[in-house]
Ligand binder design. Structure first.
Ligand SMILES: C[S@@+](CC[C@H](N)C(=O)[O-])C[C@H]1O[C@@H](n2cnc3c(N)ncnc32)[C@H](O)[C@@H]1O
Length: 177
């Protein structure tokens, strides 16, 4: 059974409880990118119940994931345990966390932005400070109005090669040059 199939129950529960997870189509797309690039370290902003985190860590990468909601963090930890995922789950503000990491020498091979859309633009440059060379930056819900400035910027950014993926309300996929 694939990891997407194993997540069917959590997917159904999320729909019933209106937890806004990425869902199977985007999950499958991200999983293919993980298989292609084989990131060793992944940072996620916006944990929710851990659905996407389980996908991100499913091929063996070390996952760090951040959420402002204590309830989300608790649920994610429970779900990670169920799926044997070892993750650093951080309760806190994603913007502050990335700004702090940008002061250190920490590097991630992949970053997924799936949190407050209007904050994407604030974390763009700090994320580029902690992204490895040829690292991948993926942002979800890119067609939402809050992401407008971010979406425009990543498409003309001199350090990024960006593609827009038209699944649902869109995702962006940028490779750090
Ligand atoms: C769309 S959900 C994440 C879905 C998850 N990535 C998945 O697909 O399974 C967005 C999450 O971002 C969190 N969030 C909102 N503002 C945040 C912030 N400033 N920093 C970190 N997390 C935040 C919310 O609590 C919510 O759980």
């Amino acid at each position: 059974m694939t990891i997407i199939e194993q997540l069917k129950k959590l997917e159904q529960e999320s729909i019933e409880r209106k937890v806004p997870i990425i869902g199977p189509e985007k999950a499958k797309w991200i999983l293919n990118k993980i298989k292609q690039h084989k990131p060793k370290t992944i940072l996620e902003l916006g944990t929710a119940n851990g659905y996407s985190g389980i996908i991100l860590a499913s091929e063996g990468a070390t996952l760090t994931t951040v959420d402002t909601s204590p309830h989300a963090v608790q649920e994610a930890m429970k779900n990670f345990k169920e799926f044997n995922i070892t993750a650093h789950v951080i309760l806190g503000d994603g913007v502050k966390y990335v700004e702090e990491l940008a002061q250190e020498k920490i590097q991630f091979d992949m970053i997924l932005l799936d949190f407050a859309n209007k904050e994407y633009i604030k974390v763009l440059e700090p994320c580029l400070k902690i992204l490895s060379k040829k690292g991948i930056l993926i942002a979800d819900n890119i067609d939402l109005p809050g992401c407008k400035e971010f979406k425009e910027r990543i498409q003309v950014h001199p350090k990024l090669d960006t593609e827009i993926i038209t699944i649902g309300n869109g995702m962006s996929y940028s490779v750090f040059k």
